[in-house]
Design a protein around this ligand. Structure first.
Ligand SMILES: *[C@@H]1O[C@H](CO)[C@@H](O)[C@H](O)[C@H]1NC(C)=O
Ligand SMILES: *[C@@H]1O[C@H](CO)[C@@H](O)[C@H](O)[C@H]1NC(C)=O
Ligand SMILES: *[C@@H]1O[C@H](CO)[C@@H](O)[C@H](O)[C@H]1NC(C)=O
Length: 197
C-alpha cells in the first residue's frame, strides 16, 4: 500500500531528526561543561598567588605583582637596588644583594633561561652547591654574581640579539664597586652574592 510506505518514510525522517537534535544537545552540553571547568581551574590557580606572601622552601622574597620578572627594577629601581634576596633554602639559602641597571664583570660560567630574576639567583646558588662535587672547589665552580636581562626572557628577543639566555652566572671576585654600567640597549640587572668577594 502507497500510504503505508509514505507513513513509514516520514517516521524514518522524524526519527533521524530527533536523533540529531539529541546528539547536538549532548555535544554542546559537554562543551559548555568543559569551558566552565577550565574557567574555574584558572581562577583556582590565580586566587592563591594574589593573596599569598610566603612561598614553600623557606626562601624569603619580596611579594611581587603578577608578571613582574625583574623584582621591580623597571618600576622602582631605587627601592630595589641594595635590597637583599635569600635564595632557595635547599641551595644553601645564600643571600644576594640586587643592583638594578648594573652589569657584572667577567665571562659567564654558565648562561641560561630562568623564569625571573629570583630564579636566576637561585640558579647561581645551585651552581655553587653542585659544581664543586663534580669539578673540585675553585673560582670556576663558584658562582659569585648574576646578570639578568628581562627582555631576553623572550627566546625570539634573545636569539635576535645573539644572546644565549637571560641569566648569566659569573665567577668571583665580585662586589658592588666592581659592577659596570650595562653596555647593551636593553635593561640589565645585577645581583652579587654577599660576603663573596
Ligand atoms: C677558570 O676558567 C678560566 C677560563 O676558562 C681558565 O683560564 C682558568 O684557568 C680556570 N681556573 C681554574 C682554577 O680552573
Ligand atoms: C622583546 O624585546 C622588545 C624590545 O626590546 C620588548 O619590548 C619586549 O618586552 C621583549 N619581550 C620580552 C618578553 O621581554
Ligand atoms: C671587588 O671586585 C673587583 C673585581 O673583581 C676586585 O678587583 C676587587 O679586589 C674587589 N674588592 C674587594 C674589596 O673585594
Amino acid at each position: 500500500c502507497g500510504c503505508g510506505m509514505l507513513v513509514f518514510i516520514l517516521s524514518c525522517i522524524i526519527a533521524l531528526l530527533s536523533a540529531a537534535v539529541i546528539g547536538l544537545a549532548a555535544g554542546t552540553g559537554i562543551e559548555s561543561q568543559r569551558a566552565n571547568d577550565a574557567t574555574s581551574k584558572i581562577s583556582a590557580l590565580r586566587t592563591p598567588t594574589a593573596s599569598s606572601t610566603t612561598k614553600p622552601g623557606g626562601a624569603s622574597e619580596t611579594p611581587l605583582p603578577p608578571g613582574l620578572i625583574d623584582d621591580g627594577c623597571a618600576d622602582n629601581p631605587e627601592s630595589v637596588s641594595g635590597s637583599k634576596y635569600t635564595s632557595f633554602s635547599l641551595f644553601g639559602g645564600l643571600t644576594f644583594q640586587r643592583f638594578c641597571n648594573m652589569d657584572t664583570p667577567y665571562q659567564p660560567l654558565l648562561s641560561l633561561f630562568t623564569a625571573d630574576f629570583q630564579a636566576c639567583m637561585d640558579s647561581c646558588a645551585s651552581y655553587t652547591k653542585y659544581s664543586p662535587t663534580f669539578f673540585g672547589n675553585n673560582v670556576n665552580t663558584t658562582c659569585a654574581a648574576v646578570s639578568f636581562v628581562p627582555a631576553w626572557s623572550s627566546k625570539l628577543n634573545a636569539s635576535s640579539a645573539g644572546s644565549p639566555g637571560n641569566c648569566y652566572l659569573k665567577p668571583g671576585p665580585q662586589n658592588e664597586s666592581a659592577l659596570v654600567v650595562p653596555s647593551i640597549d636593553v635593561a640589565c640587572h645585577a645581583a652579587v652574592l654577599m660576603n663573596a668577594s
